[in-house]
Design a protein around this ligand. Structure first.
Ligand SMILES: [Zn+2]
Length: 321
């Protein structure tokens, strides 16, 4: 891992590709670097960037009677362990500036016994109370969603709007579900529930060069467009006959599959357009689960690397603005 430091070269540079982030997805151009260094960032993003996840659930258990005399029981189709796992996988918003600390670093909790660990400095508290449809209802069951969870701690930790539709379980008449859930900071290397990013990948930066406009018409005549809707034709290549726009090059890479090996068009196309690799430059792509925005997650990955490898500190000081 020490090899990720490139002491000879220029410090690594990072830049968000135009048009990104889109939702939780981002493309970042990383230059003055090599594959080992970019891969170290990839691994840090998956395994080292801290985020919140539910790690303990206290279920209420038993049979009770409500004020109308209906008897409800704490059972449902899923075992508690399965439900706890589903809760763990719900993305928990992790704002960077709230000052939460890891339970093992918490001044209040470090030296207390396991069962007393947990305080407002190191954990976020949620609760849920739901019951199945009443006996006279026409519904056979009720679905319980992540949106039914209430934050007892600060509302900044409320489950994101987009995640409220995640189903947890179903309750039949006479069943209830009640629990307290505790979220703490953790890292993906300890459990996937603490991993903030998915689909993390990178590829060398490339540029597309138009060599033979006539033969390229086999591709252009297919009427394909870039992801934002620009026609893929000779005009896209401009006077220089080169496409450098990273988004367009990635679209072209996909489009070229239409004239590649096995399409019956490759011979006629005859490499009319080729992709050339740009030295020491990579396009880094990933998506967060929504607990962190992608820029925060990326900067946090650089910080994690920085804190662990003194050698790297020079190389990775160019965090995204
Ligand atoms: Zn604590």
């Amino acid at each position: 891992m020490v090899a990720v430091s490139d002491e000879e070269g220029e410090p690594m540079k990072t830049e968000i590709v135009e048009g990104w982030p889109q939702g939780h997805e981002i493309r970042i151009l990383i230059t003055e670097t090599d594959a080992a260094q970019v891969n170290a960032i990839r691994r840090a993003l998956i395994s080292d960037v801290p985020k919140l996840a539910i790690t303990r659930v206290d279920f209420s258990q038993g049979v009770t009677q409500d004020n109308k005399g209906d008897v409800v029981e704490s059972v449902n189709v899923l075992p508690d362990e399965v439900l706890a796992h589903r809760l763990a996988m719900i993305p928990i918003p992790t704002p960077a500036d709230e000052g939460l600390v890891f339970p093992e670093d918490c001044d209040n909790c470090r030296d207390v016994v396991e069962k007393d660990k947990g305080c407002p400095m190191c954990q976020v508290l949620y609760t849920l109370s739901a019951r199945g449809p009443s006996a006279d209802s026409e519904d056979g069951f009720r679905t319980v969603y992540a949106g039914d969870i209430t934050t007892i701690s600060d509302p900044v930790y409320d489950i994101n709007e987009e995640h409220k539709q995640i189903p947890l379980t179903i309750l039949a008449p006479g069943q209830f579900l009640e629990f307290y859930a505790f979220a703490v900071l953790g890292r993906g290397r300890d459990h996937a529930k603490w991993s903030p990013a998915a689909a993390v990948g990178f590829r060398p930066q490339r540029r597309a060069v138009l060599h033979k406009p006539k033969k390229a018409s086999i591709l252009f005549d297919l009427g394909l467009t870039t992801s934002e809707g620009t026609k893929i034709d000779a005009k896209l290549f401009g006077k220089d006959k080169v496409v450098t726009n990273i988004n367009h090059v990635m679209d072209l890479e996909n489009a070229l599959h239409q004239v590649g090996e096995g399409t019956g068009r490759s011979e006629e196309f005859a490499d009319a357009i080729t992709l050339e690799t740009v030295a020491n430059a990579y396009v880094f792509t990933f998506e967060t689960d929504g607990s962190l925005d992608p820029v925060t997650a990326f900067n946090s990955a650089l910080n994690e690397l920085n804190s662990r490898f003194v050698d790297l500190s020079e190389d990775i000081k160019s965090a995204l603005a």
